[in-house]
Every structure is written in structure tokens, then in C-alpha cells.
Design a protein around this ligand. Structure first.
Ligand code: PEP
Ligand code: MG
Length: 581
């Protein structure tokens, strides 16, 4: 019996025989073409792209005709990537100017984009590199006239899929009756394979490193997706233990999902609202399917990363409209561009900064580049006609900054009025509270906006002076630090006094171990990754706000986070903090 640790990517337990899947390697020829061959090579490229688009369209149609609720929106995103003008012109330029054959031109351009994405700090965006690899692999298969079928279709019996890496388009075609669990060398929690495994409810452990070398076809495996553990050839008593765990888990899941669409009231009748954090319009369906009552944070920067800083108004308008229409009359909070520091695009022209996290990012960047900012605001205002939009500004540090932002918003509104372009007149505007100085002047900010949303990811980083991406000091990144809790409390109070809403959209919101504390701090709206909603919602239903407030008032007087944690454990067993030092 061998136990191997990996990353817990999709919860649940699976027991079955291993099926080892090896992807056929693509050998890409590289050669120079003659001037006469340019046209023919362009044509070959165009046709391969066209066929790739047709494949995807067929795959989408096939999924739509099944009764299973499969997420196929990323396939639409893959079509968008295939239609990306910038990508085409770069590939064509390599063919035309550098005389490269189509295969090597496609490979080079996709590798350029991939390395750009992989160098980003934002894990979600970094993991989009896999989608790009998937799309370019599809085009290359057509160019190389290779079989599109990857071999996964050979799976005939229920099994645990063991592989080095699985492309999202392979993952989407997995038969969930046959694939009981997934164990993979590569990947992390926010790769699309992980996202899909969660939406198909297939337990998965990713990022194991070497599972493909430790397992043979037919070995008995247990995938413990909840702990991020794979057990190879387990003893009989371990197998029995996991059958019991599996049964219990399935019962719990049925219970959780049975009431995810029912409003959540605490035991003392306080309504708590749950919204989704999304990065892309393709996530709308999944967010709704997980019970999201709106979008609390749409990180618009993904559009800029994908299309460059100069992404046009029309492209933005369509993305915003898609999300707004998808949510009907539910609120959709779109955050304006939060780029800079760690998240850069290829067209970023600023110099490298000594302290990028304290540097030219988010609203600071937008105020110095009103051309880019105004384009986004125009697109947002126009899209407001199609749903229930709220606009939110990131990294606001004080009142004068907010004033400048609001005055640009007014300018753009006037511009649209002048041009007779319609938009909704009363769009709620909010500010993120993620800089300590904003907390300290929250009562002034609250007079100027209709809502606050606390970005705890940055608020913790800036309050504790702990770079959120630095593994060396990750143990100091402490959501239960009394200083952080007091900041949240102060913000909630300022919002209450001004009669505006205050929600929370940092990772803390989706962490079940924080739910009790957040309730006690007075938070009534949480925005989180959609898959986290059911668990946090069901926890909240067992809590009394009044009781949580009393406990939180006690912990706010404590000097250290370990005392805070101890007190929470003592007071409330199921509010045990898991992720802090
Ligand atoms: C935050 O800072 O908590 C937040 C939600 O924004 P981001 O993670 O995109 O910086
Ligand atoms: Mg932030």
C-alpha cells in the first residue's frame, strides 16, 4: 500500500482500477518556406483554424443534446481564442515575414502567450495557459492531420483516470459514469480540469508530480479528493473505510445541494446573501447552478490579459452584456480594471517597479490612463441596459482618489448623453475596501458610494505588510489577526452608519472556517467561488448572528490570533479555523 499526496482539486472519494492515459506526443516540424509557398501556407493555417472551430462547435452541440448539466462554456472561450485577431496576425506575420511553416508559427505564437500567462502571479490566469495549449494542440492536430480522438474513448469500464496532464477539452468529454476519479501529475485547483472535475463531481487529486510512474494499469486506487491523497493498492480495511466515507459524503452532498437555492437565514432570522466571484463570462452558468444570487465580483482584468491593454469597447461591451443577461435581474458587480503589479499584459509599457505591489496598479493606473479607463466605463455604461449592473472600483486608498474616479464616471455619462447612447441612470457604484487607509476614512467614502466590498486578500496583505504571493512568509498571512478583524469591523460599522451595503469578496468569504467570524462581524453578503457556496451557506444556517456577534466582540479584545483561534474552537466546534498560523 502506497500513499501519495497531491493537491485536493475536487472533493469526494473514488475507489477503482487505474486506467493510465498517455497522450500522443505532437512532433512539430520546423522548416523555412519559400516566397511562393507563403500563400499556400496561409491557406493551410486558415483551414486548420476553421476545422478547429468546427470541432468545437460540434462538441458544444453534442453536449447541449445530452441531459447532463455539463459546463461547456470554456469551449466557447476556446472558439473566441481561435478567432482572436491578434493571434492570427502574429501567426501570419511569422509565416509571411519570417517564412516559418504554419505548424512552427502556431507553436511559437502559442508558446509566447503561454509563457506570458505562466509568468503571472494570479493563479487563475496562470492556469489559463492550459486552455491555450489545448487550443493550439487542436489546430496543430489539423495541420499535422493527426487523429483528433485522444484515446480517452478507449475507457470502457469504470476506472480511476491516471495521467500526466489532461487538456480541458479532453476533460469536458469525460464520461462521468466511467471516470470515477482523477489522479494527475500536473495541475492545480484553478485549472479548468479541476474546475470541470468539480462541476462533474468527480473526485480529483492533481499536482501529484509522479503518479504516472507509481501506478500500473489495473492497480486498485483510492482517490481521496478531500484530503488530496491517492492510495495505491490499499489494504482491505482501508478500502472498507473509504467505502463508508464515500457513502457518508454522498449523503452530505445530497443534503447540501437540496437547499442551495433556498434563501439562507441564520437561526435568528438574519438573511445572508451569496454571490459569485467570476473571471470570465463563461462562468455564468456554473455560478447560477451553484446557487449564486448575483455576481459580487467580476474581475474584468482577464479581458485585458487576453486581448491586451487596448481591448476595444465592443469586445468589453459584449463580455459585460453576456454576464448581465445571464444573471437577468440579479445584481452583477463588475470591478473596473485591476491590472498592474503582478498582473501585466504584453502591451504593458510601464517600467519595472521596485515595489510593484505598492506601485502603479488598479485605480492608480486607470487615473493616469484615462483613455483606457474611459473606454471601459463606456462599455460598462452601455451594457447597463442589459441587466442589473453595479460598478466597483479597486484599491481606492482615500477620498480624493474616489472623487477623481467618480468625476471621470460623470464625464463619460455626459459624453454618452451627448451622443444619445442609452444607459441606466441609476447604476449603484461601490468601492472595494482593501487598503488600510480606506478603512480609516471609510465613513467619508461611504457618503459617496452605494456599497462597499471588502477585498480581504489585499486588505490582509497591506495591513500585515505580508506579500500575499510570497511563500516564505505565507504563515504570517493571517486572516484572524485581531488587527485585520478590527479593520473589517470598522468598515462594516461605517457602512451601517451611512446606510449602505457592505459585502466581502476576498477568499475569506468562501472559507467555511471563517463563516462564523464574518457573521459575527456583521457581514450579510458574501461573494465567493461558486463551488464554495453550498458549504458556507449550510454552515450559516446553523449559526445565530446574535451569538456570533457576542463571540466576535470577545475575540476583538484579544491580543493575538492564536488566542482568537482558541476562543473560536472553545465557543464553536464547527467554526474551527483551518488555514492560519
Ligand atoms: C481582494 O483583494 O480581496 C480581492 C477580492 O481582489 P483581488 O484578489 O483580485 O486582488
Ligand atoms: Mg484586491
Amino acid at each position: 500500500m502506497l500513499e501519495i499526496k497531491g493537491i485536493s482539486a475536487s472533493d469526494g472519494f473514488a475507489i477503482g482500477k487505474a486506467f493510465l492515459f498517455h497522450e500522443v506526443e505532437q512532433r512539430v516540424p520546423e522548416y523555412l518556406i519559400t516566397t511562393e509557398q507563403i500563400e499556400q501556407e496561409m491557406e493551410r493555417y486558415q483551414q486548420a483554424v476553421q476545422r478547429a472551430v468546427e470541432d468545437l462547435e460540434n462538441q458544444i452541440k453534442k453536449i447541449q443534446t445530452t441531459t447532463e448539466n455539463r459546463d461547456h462554456h470554456f469551449l466557447e472561450a476556446h472558439i473566441l481564442m481561435l478567432n482572436d485577431f491578434e493571434v492570427h496576425s502574429r501567426v501570419k506575420n511569422k509565416i509571411k515575414t519570417h517564412r516559418k511553416n504554419s505548424e512552427s508559427a502556431v507553436l511559437e505564437v502559442s508558446n509566447e502567450y503561454i509563457s506570458q500567462l505562466e509568468s503571472l502571479e494570479d493563479l487563475y490566469l496562470r492556469e489559463r495557459a492550459l486552455d491555450l495549449k489545448d487550443v493550439s494542440r487542436r489546430v496543430l492536430r489539423h495541420l499535422l492531420q493527426m487523429e483528433q480522438n485522444t484515446g480517452l474513448q478507449q475507457i470502457k469500464e469504470p476506472c480511476i483516470l491516471v495521467c500526466h496532464n489532461l487538456m480541458p477539452s479532453d476533460a469536458v468529454s469525460l464520461d462521468r459514469k466511467k471516470v470515477l476519479g482523477i489522479a494527475m501529475d500536473m495541475g492545480g485547483r484553478t485549472t479548468h480540469t479541476a474546475i470541470l472535475a468539480r462541476s462533474y463531481e468527480i473526485p480529483a487529486v492533481l499536482g501529484i508530480g509522479n503518479i504516472t510512474t507509481k501506478v500500473r494499469d489495473g492497480d486498485l486506487l483510492i482517490v481521496d479528493g478531500s484530503q488530496g491523497l491517492v492510495i495505491v493498492n490499499p489494504d482491505a480495511d482501508v478500502v472498507q473505510k473509504y467505502y463508508d466515507l464515500q457513502k457518508k459524503y454522498q449523503e452530505d452532498q445530497r443534503q447540501l445541494l437540496s437547499d442551495v437555492f433556498t434563501p439562507c437565514y441564520t437561526t435568528d432570522n438574519v438573511l445572508i446573501r451569496f454571490k459569485a466571484n467570476i473571471e470570465d463570462p463563461s462562468e455564468v452558468e456554473s455560478a447560477l447552478g451553484h446557487g449564486a444570487e448575483g455576481v459580487g465580483l467580476y474581475r474584468s482584468e482577464f479581458l485585458y490579459i487576453r486581448h491586451g491593454l487596448e481591448v476595444d469597447e465592443e469586445t468589453q461591451f459584449h463580455a459585460y452584456k453576456t454576464v448581465l443577461e445571464g444573471f437577468g435581474n440579479k445584481e452583477v458587480t463588475i470591478r473596473t480594471l485591476d491590472l498592474g503589479a503582478d498582473k501585466l499584459t504584453e502591451s504593458w509599457s510601464g517600467p519595472r517597479e521596485a515595489n510593484p505591489i505598492l506601485g502603479w496598479r488598479a485605480i492608480r493606473f486607470c487615473l493616469k490612463r484615462p483613455d483606457i479607463f474611459k473606454t471601459q466605463i463606456r462599455a460598462l455604461l452601455r451594457a447597463s441596459e442589459f441587466g442589473n449592473l453595479r460598478i466597483m472600483f479597486p484599491l481606492v486608498s482615500g477620498v480624493s482618489e474616489l472623487d477623481k474616479v467618480l468625476s471621470i464616471l460623470e464625464d463619460v455619462k455626459n459624453e454618452l448623453r451627448g451622443q444619445g447612447i442609452p444607459f441606466k441612470e441609476h447604476i449603484p457604484v461601490g468601492t472595494m475596501i482593501e487598503v488600510p487607509s480606506a478603512v480609516m476614512v471609510a465613513e467619508h467614502l461611504a457618503k459617496k458610494v452605494q456599497f462597499f466590498s471588502i477585498g480581504t486578500n489585499d486588505l490582509i496583505q497591506y495591513s500585515l505588510a505580508v506579500d500575499r504571493g510570497n511563500e516564505k512568509i505565507a504563515d504570517l498571512y493571517d486572516p484572524l489577526h485581531p488587527g485585520v478583524l478590527k479593520m473589517i469591523k470598522r468598515t462594516v460599522q461605517a457602512a451601517r452608519d451611512a446606510g449602505i451595503e457592505c459585502s466581502i469578496c476576498g477568499e475569506m468569504a468562501g472559507d467555511p472556517s471563517m463563516a462564523y467570524v464574518l457573521l459575527g462581524l456583521g457581514i450579510e453578503e458574501l461573494s465567493m467561488s461558486p463551488v464554495a457556496i453550498s458549504q458556507v451557506k449550510s454552515l450559516m444556517r446553523n449559526y445565530s448572528r446574535q451569538e456570533a456577534e457576542t463571540v466576535v466582540n470577545e475575540i476583538l479584545e484579544m491580543p493575538t490570533s492564536s488566542e482568537v483561534a482558541q476562543h473560536l474552537i472553545h465557543k464553536r466546534r464547527n467554526a474551527i479555523p483551518q488555514h492560519h498560523g
